[in-house]
Design a protein around this ligand. Sequence first.
Ligand SMILES: C[S@@+](CC[C@H](N)C(=O)[O-])C[C@H]1O[C@@H](n2cnc3c(N)ncnc32)[C@H](O)[C@@H]1O
Length: 214
Amino acid sequence: MDTASVVSSYRRYAKVYVFGLNPGRRQAVQRMDLKSGQRVLEIGVGTGLSLPLYPPEVEITGVDLTAEMLEQAQRRVDLLGLNNVQLHLMDAQKLEFPDNSFDKTVAMFVASVTPDPVAMIREMKRVTRPGGGIYILNHFSRKGSFLSLAEKALSPLSHLLGFEPLFYLDEFLERAGMGGAEDIPIRPFGYWRLLCLQKKGGRPDPNPPRRGGR
Ligand SMILES: C[S@@+](CC[C@H](N)C(=O)[O-])C[C@H]1O[C@@H](n2cnc3c(N)ncnc32)[C@H](O)[C@@H]1O
């Protein structure tokens, strides 16, 4: 995957992107346990399917690499009158925000899309305040499973599909330095997982992600 193929894939998908029924988005927002006035950064916000799920008293900043996806998100924002949302065209691997700008950062179905997920996590950690939370919702491949054979076969087509089908959890956790993250399988199949990591330091989060995973 490279940046040009991500943008060209999601430019094609923008008007027909309907990956809307995944229960993980609602679970991610619930798990963030947001309080009035908190600042959230959503990375790869896409067409903004998650935006109506946030409490209105929370400030949401959404960024995405693909202008056409952001246009759909802006339409949703206007249609629903979401006054708490700001959208920016920006690369998650080089965020233009100062350190410690947000209480929580979240990336839903982006880790296996972005060309360099390790750089994305590094940036998410940088812009999250000490004691804040980092949340990753994504599919993860299971070694030796029947599905992983299909994912392996599709992997060379990732630049056309717009995501990397073969994406192992343990490798991602290690490379991204997310080893202490809580790992919550999304029912019914657990194919999608929600990873929750608390950034070290700062005042304690009243509802911190549990360490060690499951
Ligand atoms: C599968 S879509 C997910 C969209 C949305 N998060 C959702 O839940 O529907 C992946 C999105 O990530 C965006 N993306 C990929 N790499 C990115 C990067 N480096 N920076 C910002 N956005 C990125 C793509 O443009 C696309 O809109």
